[in-house]
Ligand binder design. Structure first.
Ligand SMILES: Cc1cc2nc3c(=O)[nH]c(=O)nc-3n(C[C@H](O)[C@H](O)[C@H](O)COP(=O)(O)OP(=O)(O)OC[C@H]3O[C@@H](n4cnc5c(N)ncnc54)[C@H](O)[C@@H]3O)c2cc1C
Length: 397
């Protein structure tokens, strides 16, 4: 492992999708991943996104990465909003020109992508941590540490920072500005062996705080409670979590307690890093932007970035065109800010706000969303991904 055309740092959804797309076009690519394959595929710390926009589902299927998700995923044709003891359905196909969503765990999709890439002769170096970059404006060098603790160097024509929210590669972009927002709440999330509260997701707005009821399968529920960012998880024994989940459902449905497989705290924050490039280094996914999880946009934006960068690299290698690479930040900025905007909107709409005046405004807005066709359409179009991965569907049809 001395030279490659494209070096991808990080085997998350962004890095793996980009590597797959390049490899199937015969453009040499190497993936360096700090963690082990087993950790990525099975660690409870990597249970993350579960909602695929329709565009993500279509892209995965079109590029040959859809076998697992089609076999084991679930189509959802809407979501429910629970408010003041009533359940309101947002019907996606009728509001968003036939679009809907697909439920399939990110960890399963990552597992599928790793298997496919390796089967097709792709190269992933697991437990290879990238520790430095150099010569990014000429011939990039990637310094890494092997599982044995030795240091080595890889030379590439391009480097892709797909190394997630704690990105090290981001630090190699001079003049990078991080546009940030923190929220006054977090999600206490659980994964439990029990039937989900409903066959589709329920977003519950309750005076005690927001709650989300989602699913991984008919026997695996993924539920969340709005809590403080500094919440002590030790104060949340299992019985308290189930009781609170049922309280916040407000009687519209019920969850049955089941064994907890995971319990975590995710503080809400958002940022966009600009520019997303320097010389021959390009950022994709969480390395460049993070959203609060309410709108289920994180993994989907990572997919949109990977497709955008693939197009630019393909044009460079096949046609000698550099304009797509030069415009990487501008190209991604379009879907990234749409995703940030919707995530901000949905988070503000559904979470109980500490400021009583803002809370009054929030409830007024929510009542309008529940009664206005135009606002329901806005929600459905954004949730299913018209302005994010929707931009990129059809490239392979
Ligand atoms: C707890 C949690 C819950 C979430 N829930 C949702 C959700 O419900 N819906 C949604 O859409 N999104 C959700 N997200 C966000 C979503 O998971 C991310 O947006 C998505 O993982 C981004 O993909 P990525 O490829 O950019 O980064 P990642 O998936 O983070 O992958 C980055 C990879 O880079 C590797 N890496 C890091 N540093 C180095 C290095 N120096 N050298 C080599 N490798 C390195 C990491 O080990 C990792 O495997 C959630 C995120 C978290 C943390």
């Amino acid at each position: 492992m001395k030279k490659t055309r494209v070096a991808v740092i990080g085997a998350g959804p962004a890095g793996l999708l980009l590597a797959h797309l390049l490899h199937r076009e015969g453009i040499s690519v190497v993936v360096l991943e700090a963690k082990s394959r087993a950790y990525l595929e099975t660690s409870p710390h990597r249970i993350r996104a579960g909602v695929m926009e329709w565009g993500t589902r279509e892209i995965m299927v079109q590029v040959g990465l859809g076998e697992g998700l089609l076999r084991n995923g679930y189509e959802h044709r809407g979501i429910y909003l629970a408010y003041a003891g009533e359940l309101h359905r947002i019907d996606f196909p009728s509001l968003a020109q036939g679009w809907r969503i697909w439920v399939y765990g990110q960890q399963y999709q990552v597992r599928d992508m790793i298997a496919r890439f390796l089967e097709e002769g792709g190269k992933i170096f697991f437990e290879y941590e990238v520790v430095g970059l150099a010569d990014l404006e000429t011939t990039p060098k990637i310094r890494f540490r092997t599982p044995e603790g030795e240091e080595g160097e890889l030379e590439a024509e391009f480097v892709v920072g797909a190394d997630g929210s704690h990105s090290r590669t981001r630090g190699f972009i001079p003049g990078l500005v991080l546009k940030e927002k923190t929220y006054p709440f977090a999600w206490l999330g659980i994964l439990a062996e029990t039937a989900p509260a409903a066959e589709e997701l329920i977003y519950a707005s309750h005076p005690r705080g927001f709650a989300l009821f989602s699913m991984r399968s008919p026997t695996l529920a993924r539920n969340y409670l709005q809590v403080r960012p500094d919440e002590n998880l030790d104060e949340w024994p299992e019985e308290r979590i189930w009781e609170e989940l049922n309280l916040r459902l407000g009687g519209v449905a019920q969850v049955k307690p089941g064994p907890l497989l995971e319990k975590s705290l995710t503080p809400h924050r958002a940022y966009v890093a600009e520019p997303m490039q320097h010389g021959r280094l390009f950022l994709v996914g969480d390395a460049a932007h993070v959203v609060p999880p309410t709108g289920a946009k994180g993994m989907n934006l990572a997919v949109a970035d990977a497709v955008a960068l693939f197009q630019a690299l393909w044009a460079f290698y096949r046609k000698g065109a550099e304009s797509g690479l030069k415009r990487h930040t501008e190209t991604c900025r379009e879907h990234v800010w749409q995703g940030e905007f919707f995530s901000y909107w949905m988070t503000s709409l559904l979470h109980t706000q500490p400021d009583p005046f803002i809370e009054g405004l929030r409830q007024a807005e929510l009542k309008q969303v529940l009664t206005s066709e135009a606002l329901k359409r806005f929600l459905a179009e954004n949730y299913t991904g018209r302005h994010t991965t929707g931009r990129w569907v059809g490239l392979w049809t």
